[in-house]
Design a protein around this ligand. Structure first.
Ligand SMILES: NC(=O)c1ccc[n+]([C@@H]2O[C@H](COP(=O)([O-])OP(=O)(O)OC[C@H]3O[C@@H](n4cnc5c(N)ncnc54)[C@H](O)[C@@H]3O)[C@@H](O)[C@H]2O)c1
Length: 283
C-alpha cells in the first residue's frame, strides 16, 4: 500500500514499546489511529506523544485483551464505526515468560499463547474479511527471531512466535487463493530491542498468575534475556520505520537484524546433517 495518508492504522499493544513507535510512525504519515491495549494509561501516553509529533491526528482507543475473540471483534467494529474501516492492522501485542519448558505451567502456556498466538489469530479473523471487502488492506504480524531460532528458556515464547510465522505464510497464500492479493501481509521478525517486554508480567492476569519457583539456571537465563533486550542496538522507532516501509513496498518478511538471516541459514544446515540440536545462542 503505497500511500498511507488518510488511511486507518489499527495497532494492538499500542500502549508501549514497538506499538507506540508504530503509532508515531503511522501518525507522521497522516494516518488515523485505532489503538487497543490492556494498558489504558499507556495508550493515553502514546496519544500524548502522537499529538506532539503529529498534531490533529484522529484517534480512537479501546481497552482490549487480544486473547478474547469477542473483544477483538468489538475492536474491529470500533474501527468500522469510527473511521469506516481498517487499512493496516498491526497484530503487535505480545508477552514473554521464561522456562525451563518442563516447569512452565498451564497458566504460562494459556497466557502467552492467548496473547501471542490467539491475539494474532483473532486479529486476522476479525479484520481480514473487512479488508477483502474494501479491496485493500495490509496485515502486519509481529513475530520475532524466536519464530525461527530457538534459544534456551523460551519454549513457550518460541512456540508462539513460530506459530505466528507459520500462520502469516499461510495467510498470504490463502489470500492469493481467493484472488485477494490487494490485501498484503508482512511478518516482522526482530531480534532483541529495548522495550518493556522483559517486564511482561506487569500485564499478566491474576487468573493466570506466575507460580513457578525458578531454578538458579532459569534465573540466570532470564537475567541474560533481560540484558539482551536492554542492550539491543536497533531501537523500536527504527524497527517501526522499517515495518512501515515494508507495508509501503508490500514486503513479506522483515528481519531488522541482519545476523538473524545468517543464523537461520546455519540452522537449516544443521538440520541438513541431522546431527545435533542447533543452539542459536552459541552457533
Ligand atoms: N522487545 C524485543 O526484544 C522483541 C523482540 C522480538 C519481538 N518482539 C515483539 O514485539 C511486540 C511488541 O512488544 P514490545 O517489545 O514493544 O513489548 P512491550 O511490553 O513494550 O509492549 C507490549 C504491549 O502489549 C500489551 N499487551 C500485553 N498483553 C496484552 C493483551 N492481552 N491484550 C492487548 N495488549 C496487551 C502491553 O500492555 C504492552 O503495551 C511483541 O509481539 C513482542 O513479542 C519484541
Amino acid at each position: 500500500m503505497q500511500d498511507l495518508k488518510g488511511k486507518v492504522a489499527v495497532i494492538t499493544g499500542g500502549g508501549s514499546g514497538l506499538g507506540r513507535e508504530l503509532a508515531l510512525c503511522c501518525a507522521a504519515r497522516g494516518m488515523n489511529l485505532v489503538l487497543g491495549d490492556v494498558d489504558e494509561k499507556g495508550m493515553q501516553e502514546t496519544l500524548r506523544l502522537v499529538e506532539e509529533k503529529a498534531p490533529g491526528t484522529e484517534s480512537a482507543t479501546m481497552r482490549l485483551d487480544v486473547s478474547k475473540l469477542e473483544q477483538v471483534q468489538e475492536f474491529a467494529a470500533l474501527a468500522k464505526s469510527r473511521f469506516g474501516g481498517a487499512h493496516v492492522l498491526f497484530n503487535n501485542a505480545g508477552v514473554s515468560v521464561g522456562g525451563p519448558v518442563w516447569m512452565n505451567t498451564q497458566a504460562d502456556w494459556e497466557w502467552v499463547m492467548g496473547v501471542n498466538l490467539y491475539g494474532v489469530v483473532w486479529g486476522i479473523k476479525a479484520f481480514t474479511p473487512m479488508m477483502i471487502e474494501q479491496g485493500e488492506g495490509h496485515i502486519v504480524n509481529v513475530a520475532s527471531a524466536a519464530g525461527w531460532l530457538n534459544g534456551p528458556s523460551m519454549a513457550v515464547y518460541n512456540a508462539s512466535k513460530h506459530s505466528v510465522v507459520a500462520l502469516s505464510e499461510t495467510l498470504a497464500l490463502d489470500l492469493r487463493d481467493v484472488g485477494a492479493e490487494q490485501v498484503g501481509v508482512t511478518v516482522l521478525c526482530p531480534a532483541f530491542f529495548p522495550t518493556a517486554i522483559h517486564d511482561s508480567a506487569r500485564n499478566r492476569p491474576a487468573d493466570k498468575a506466575d507460580t513457578i519457583v525458578r531454578t538458579e539456571v532459569a534465573a540466570e537465563r532470564t537475567a541474560a534475556i533481560q540484558s539482551a533486550v536492554a542492550k539491543g542496538r536497533i531501537k523500536a522507532e527504527d524497527i517501526a520505520e522499517m515495518t512501515l516501509k515494508a507495508v509501503e513496498e508490500d514486503q513479506f518478511y522483515v528481519f531488522p537484524h541482519r545476523k538473524i538471516k545468517d543464523l537461520i541459514r546455519l540452522r537449516a544446515e544443521a538440520a541438513g546433517v541431522e546431527k545435533t540440536v542447533f543452539d542459536s545462542m552459541n552457533p
